[in-house]
Design a protein around this ligand. Structure first.
Ligand code: IMP
Length: 184
């Protein structure tokens, strides 16, 4: 779905689908270099990171595997509840493996801190994070994020996997949701 199809619900278009694809391609090249000869497991955070992980993985030249976790998030609102729960765990044992957690967006960093702590306890050989988007507040969280697609303003955004009440995930680009939509 293109941004133009929901233009009326957005107050601003931040990134086109093509711009996001180009950046993910650049990140993939760096990941390829960094993980050459290593047993790489991409860990996607459902549901939002499906797009980022799928696009990243298809740009990688080196072999990799994929697994998924789900963590309770915002529900139908636009702010975090702060209470996190693992809704779906990894399928495989990750001890001794090189993990790259793939996120759609880091806002407060709460979700990521929770996940990192959980995964570290399982003894991976290494653990890094890649996110498509990062908001300014994330800079204050104490989780190091090695690969960042774009730093974006502190607005509620939709598209490229990010939703509001289950909508807009399948937009190819990224836009700021007009507050009129969630104040309705
Ligand atoms: P954090 O725990 O505050 O870093 O939030 C992480 C999760 O909140 C993301 O994986 C998204 O699911 C959701 N989220 C954060 N900001 C936005 C946004 O602007 N639009 C849609 N979802 C968001």
């Amino acid at each position: 779905m293109e941004i133009a199809d929901v233009r009326g619900d957005l107050s601003q278009v931040l990134l086109t689908g093509d711009e996001i694809q180009r950046r993910i391609g650049q990140l993939a090249a760096t990941v390829d270099q960094d993980y050459q000869g290593k047993d790489l497991l991409l860990v996607g955070v459902l549901n939002g990171a499906v797009w980022t992980l799928a696009d990243l993985a298809r740009e990688l030249r080196n072999d990799c595997q994929m697994d998924w976790v789900a963590i309770s998030s915002y529900g139908a609102g636009v702010t975090s509840s702060g209470v996190l729960r693992l809704l779906k765990d990894l399928s495989a044992d990750v001890a001794g493996r090189h993990l790259l957690v793939v996120e759609d967006i880091i806002d407060t960093g709460l979700t990521l801190s929770y996940l990192i702590e959980n995964l570290r306890g399982r003894g991976p050989a290494s653990l890094e994070v890649l996110t498509a988007f990062r908001k300014p507040a994330a800079a204050r969280c104490d989780v190091a994020v090695k690969y960042v697609g774009f730093d974006i303003p502190n607005d509620f955004v939709v598209g490229y996997g990010l939703d509001y009440a289950g909508r807009y995930r399948h937009l190819r680009g990224l836009g700021v949701l007009d507050p009129a939509v969630y104040n309705r």
